[in-house]
Design a protein around this ligand. Structure first.
Ligand SMILES: Nc1ncnc2c1ncn2[C@@H]1O[C@H](COP(=O)(O)OP(=O)(O)O)[C@@H](O)[C@H]1O
Ligand SMILES: [Mg+2]
Length: 403
C-alpha cells in the first residue's frame, strides 16, 4: 500500500490512472521520480521547462508536480498558468532547498502543496496521492453540480410545458362553458318565441286560405308573412338544436361514406355555385369512432361554409389520411380565406359575416369534433382559400357510449 493516509491506490487500468505532469530540468529527477509514480499506478508525462510543459492541456491532467527553478520561465509562472485554467489541477511545487521565503508566493499563486528537495520518494507519493484524491473529489463535485443544473433545467422546462397545457385546458373549458351558457340563453329566448310564432303561423295560414277575398298585392303580402314566419321557425329550431346537449354514441364508422353522403346532400348548392369537388375516398384507413348523424351534421356545416365561400365557383378538396394514431380530414376551399383577426372569432356562437348567416355552424362543428375526442383547426390566408383540419381518434374494437 503506497498511500497510507487515504488508504487508496489509483486504479491500475489505463483509463482511470490519474495523469501526472512532472516538470523538472534535472533529467535524473524526471527519470527516477517519474518511475516511482508510474510504479505507484500513475500515468506520467514529463517536461524539462515551461514551454514543453504547456504543451499538455490542463484538462488532460490530474496533478502537476513542478520544480520552482526552471530555465527560462519559472515554475511559479507555470503554476500561475495552470491555476488560471478553467479546470482545476492541483499543483505540487518542488522547492530548491528548505527555503520558507518562497512559500507565501507559492500559496498566493494557488499551489496545492509543496515538497522540498532532496525529494524523498514516500513524501512525493504521499503528496501526489492526496492531490489526486482532491482532484477526483473536485471533478466529482463539478459533475454533480452540472447534473443538478441539467435536472433543474429539465424540471423547469417540464413545469413550463405543464403550465402551458393547463392554461390551454383552462381556456378550452372557459370557452366550452361560454358556448354552453350562450346556448342556454339563446334556447330560452327561442322557447319563448316558439309558441307565439306557432300562433302567428296559424293566423297567417288562416288568412292565406281566404286569399280569394284579397287583391293580388295583399295575397303576396300574406305569402311574405308566411315565408318570414317559416324562416324564423327554422332559425329557432337551429338555435334549439345547437343548445341541446348532445349525447354521442360512438361506433366504428367509415368517414368516406359520411363525406359522400354530405356531398350528395349538398349537391344542389355545389352545382349552383359551380364548385368542382376533388375527393378520392381513402380505401385503407378511414374508420374512426364516430356518432354518424352528429358528425354528418358537423361536416355539412363545414362543407356548406366552403361552398358559400366560393359564390363565383372554385375547388373543394377533401382528403382523408391516417398519420400515426390519428385520422386526419382536411376540407379545403379556394375561397377568399379568413384573416387572423376573423379566425379568432369563427368558433364563437353567433359570429357571422354573412347577411343571412346565423353563426352557429363552426361552433357546432367544434363542439361535435371535441366530443369525439378530436381536434379542429384551420389554416387560411386571405386570398388563398381556407383549409379546415380535423383529427379524430381511429376506430377501437369496443363500442363506446360517450354520453
Ligand atoms: N371556408 C370558409 N371560408 C371563409 N370564411 C369562412 C369559412 N368558414 C367559416 N367562415 C367564416 O366563419 C363565419 C362563421 O361561420 P358559421 O359559424 O358556419 O356561421 P355562418 O355560416 O352562419 O356565418 C362565417 O360567417 C365566415 O365569415
Ligand atoms: Mg355556416
Amino acid at each position: 500500500m503506497i498511500f497510507d493516509f487515504c488508504g487508496k491506490r489509483p486504479k491500475a487500468d489505463n483509463l482511470n490512472m490519474p495523469k501526472v505532469l512532472l516538470v523538472d530540468d534535472e533529467p535524473s529527477i524526471r527519470l527516477t521520480m517519474g518511475e516511482f509514480m508510474k510504479r505507484a499506478g500513475y500515468s506520467v508525462v514529463t517536461a524539462a521547462d515551461y514551454d514543453s510543459a504547456v504543451v499538455h492541456e490542463a484538462e488532460d491532467l490530474d496533478v502537476a508536480v513542478i520544480d520552482i527553478n526552471l530555465p527560462g520561465k519559472s515554475g511559479i509562472q507555470l503554476l500561475q498558468k495552470l491555476c488560471a485554467a478553467e479546470v482545476y489541477v492541483p499543483v505540487i511545487m518542488i522547492t530548491g532547498e528548505p527555503n520558507l521565503s518562497v512559500i507565501p508566493e507559492i500559496v498566493r499563486s494557488g499551489a496545492y502543496d509543496f515538497i522540498a528537495k532532496p525529494i524523498v520518494k514516500d513524501v512525493l507519493l504521499n503528496a501526489v496521492g492526496r492531490a489526486a484524491e482532491k482532484k477526483r473529489l473536485t471533478d466529482e463535485k463539478r459533475r454533480l453540480e452540472q447534473e443538478i443544473k441539467r435536472y433543474a433545467e429539465e424540471l423547469e422546462l417540464r413545469v413550463e410545458e405543464r403550465t402551458a397545457e393547463l392554461i390551454e385546458t383552462h381556456k378550452r373549458l372557459v370557452h366550452q362553458e361560454r358556448i354552453a351558457a350562450l346556448g342556454r340563453a339563446a334556447a330560452q329566448v327561442a322557447h319563448e318565441v316558439k309558441n307565439p310564432m306557432a300562433g302567428l303561423l296559424l293566423y297567417s295560414l288562416h288568412l292565406k286560405s281566404k286569399a280569394d277575398k284579397f287583391g293580388e298585392s295583399e295575397a303576396a303580402l300574406v305569402d311574405k308573412i308566411v315565408d318570414t314566419i317559416n324562416h324564423l321557425n327554422r332559425r329557432v329550431e337551429q338555435i334549439l338544436n345547437f343548445a341541446r346537449p348532445v349525447s354521442l354514441t360512438l361506433r366504428p364508422g367509415d368517414l368516406n361514406q359520411i363525406i359522400n353522403h354530405v356531398l350528395e346532400l349538398l349537391h344542389p348548392q355545389l352545382t349552383a355555385n359551380k364548385v368542382e369537388v376533388r375527393f378520392s375516398p381513402n380505401q385503407h384507413s378511414a374508420t374512426a369512432m364516430i356518432d354518424e348523424s352528429s358528425l354528418r351534421g358537423a361536416l355539412m356545416n363545414l362543407v356548406l361554409n366552403a361552398i358559400e365561400a366560393m359564390p363565383q365557383g372554385g375547388t373543394l378538396s377533401i382528403a382523408i389520411d391516417q398519420t400515426g394514431k390519428t385520422l386526419r380530414l382536411e376540407i379545403a376551399d379556394t375561397g377568399p380565406g379568413i384573416s387572423e383577426e376573423e379566425a379568432k372569432n369563427i368558433f364563437e356562437p353567433f359570429y357571422t359575416t354573412k347577411a343571412q348567416g346565423l353563426g352557429l355552424g363552426m361552433p357546432y362543428a367544434g363542439k361535435i369534433i371535441e366530443q369525439h375526442g378530436g381536434t379542429i383547426s384551420l389554416k387560411s390566408r386571405v386570398g388563398e382559400g381556407t383549409t379546415i383540419c380535423i383529427s379524430l381518434p381511429p376506430a377501437k374494437k369496443e363500442v363506446h357510449d360517450a354520453s
